[in-house]
Write a protein that binds this ligand. Structure first.
Ligand code: ADP
Length: 195
C-alpha cells in the first residue's frame, strides 16, 4: 500500500493536488474538511458539532475527528492505499493514524509538505472565498486564525514525520501541473525504494 499524507497550511493546494494524485495512483482520498462539510450540509449530529469550530477557523476536537477518520478508513478494506488530506492536524491525530494503520499492517509512506508563503495563502483563500461558499474563506480574520492554528498545532507535525524519515518538503508555488510533477517525483522516488 501507498499511504500519503498531503500536508500544508490552509490554501496550500492540498485538495487540488489530492484530486490529481488519487487519479494517477488509484488511492482512496480522505479529506476531513470535505467530510465535515458534507455532514454540515446534511445537518447530521456530527455536522452540527463541527460547525461552530469550522466557522471560526478552529480545529474540531480530536475525539470527534479521529472517530470519523477511523470509520472512513475502515469502510475501504479494498483500498490500495489512502491519501489523507487535512488529517492529521495534531500530534494526537498523527499518533491515532499510525495506530490505526498498524492494525491494517500498513503505515504512512510519506508526508508531502507543501511549502507556500503566508501572503500567497491569504491571497488564494480570499479568492476562493468569492466562489467556494465557505464561511471560513470569506473573512480575513477567520483566515488569519486558521493560519495561526496551523502554525501552533499542525506545523509541528513536520517534526513528527521528519523523525520517522518520512517528510518530503515540496515547493507549493507554481502552476498546478508543476506542483503535481514535483509531488509525483517524490512519490515515485519512494516507491522505487520500498517496492
Ligand atoms: P483548509 O485546509 O483550507 O483549512 P479543510 O477543508 O482541510 O480546509 O478544513 C476546514 C476546517 O475543517 C478546518 O479549519 C477545521 O475546522 C476542520 N477540520 C478539517 N480537518 C480537521 C482535522 N483533522 N482536525 C480538526 N479539524 C479539522
Amino acid at each position: 500500500m501507498i499511504n500519503i499524507v498531503i500536508f500544508g497550511p490552509p490554501g496550500a493546494g492540498k485538495g487540488t493536488q489530492s484530486a490529481k494524485l488519487l487519479d494517477k495512483y488509484q488511492l482512496v482520498h480522505i479529506s476531513t474538511g470535505d467530510l465535515f462539510r458534507m455532514h454540515m450540509k446534511e445537518e447530521t449530529e456530527l455536522g452540527k458539532k463541527a460547525k461552530s469550530f469550522m466557522d471560526a477557523g478552529n480545529l474540531v476536537p480530536d475525539s470527534v475527528t479521529i472517530e470519523m477518520l477511523k470509520d472512513k478508513v475502515q469502510a475501504h478494506p479494498e483500498a490500495r492505499g489512502f491519501i489523507f488530506d487535512g488529517f492529521p492536524r495534531t500530534t494526537q491525530q498523527a499518533e491515532a493514524l499510525d495506530a490505526l494503520l498498524s492494525t491494517l499492517s500498513t503505515s504512512i509512506s510519506v508526508c508531502l509538505s507543501l511549502q507556500v508563503p503566508d501572503e500567497e495563502l491569504i491571497k488564494r483563500l480570499l479568492e476562493r472565498g468569492k466562489t467556494s461558499g465557505r464561511a471560513d474563506d470569506a473573512n480575513e480574520e477567520v483566515i488569519q486564525n486558521r493560519l495561526n492554528v496551523y502554525m501552533r498545532e499542525t506545523s509541528p507535525l513536520q517534526d513528527f514525520y521528519q523523525n520517522q524519515n518520512k517528510l518530503s518538503a515540496v515547493n507549493g508555488v507554481g502552476t498546478v501541473d508543476e506542483i503535481f510533477d514535483r509531488l509525483c517525483e517524490s512519490i515515485d522516488k519512494l516507491s522505487a525504494q520500498t517496492v
